[in-house]
Design a protein around this ligand. Sequence first.
Ligand code: THG
Length: 291
Amino acid sequence: MMLIGENLNVMNKKLSAAMKERRKEPIQQLVVLSQQAGVDYLDLNIGPARKDGPKLMEWLITTVREVSSLPLSLDTTNTEALRTGLEMEGSRALINSIQATAERVEQLFPLVQKYRCRFIALLLGKEGMPRDANERGALAAEMAAWVDQAGLPHEYVYFDPIVLPVAFQQDQVVAVMEFMRMLKEILPDFKSTCGLSNVSNGVPDSLRPLVNQTYLAMLMDCGLDSAIVDALDSELVALARGQRPEVNRTIKESLTGQLDAATLTEEKRRFTKTAEVLSGRSIYSHSWLKV
Ligand code: THG
């Protein structure tokens, strides 16, 4: 499982201020912590970066490179900022992301060709958010055709079916798992990734790690190859590394009806309850653990 640390993120107020004021310390601190946590990539999420995108990207990469040599995932919709990042990082960079529309593909595939880098193919088409697993599959097939037309290697591509919050879009959480299984059948030599923490947006803060961890175990079972994750959740990183096989087993057994709920430990009960919500077997509410 390839892990991309999500923590360098302009949505975080402290970091966005640090980026604006060009203060290195808060950023470098997070880089060091993420690296120590054992992620494989760092996501540099500067968002749309309408003002000074290329300058910000250049400063951010220089700042990161003073303390880490981890490869970077360049997370911006600003094409010029992306180009600057690719010029600095070349083929070890990962483009996050290219939307599955003819326009974005035409704009960005030349950069993929030039720098020979991998990219996340975001399954967001011209009609907006996909509504189920089949629409995600259709967008992936369309993207795969464009990849072949451009003569790009399939292993460059990480499909991202767009994870949505279980608190608001429970059916989409299930659809993403269905898509992951479908992908292995229809496009087996392409890879997958997702923004895992999206799933727990709107969930009480203290319960977000439980939701993220459970969903990761379920997605791993569907064949997920990579994920953008909270690097500072050490239990999550251990799970991704296969170091918590009892958690994977508990979740799997609970979903196949092999567990006797009466004999479960409290920890196992929490994972079981959460897996039932994420699989759509019980309806989400903020107090799902108590019902
Ligand atoms: N797919 C792709 N890229 C993505 C996403 C995706 N990049 C952005 C995002 N989604 C993944 N990254 C994050 C980063 C932070 C959070 C969620 C997803 C998050 N942060 C907490 C919050 O906002 O409450 C904590 C913020 C903090 O203090 O750091 O939830 O889906 N390709």
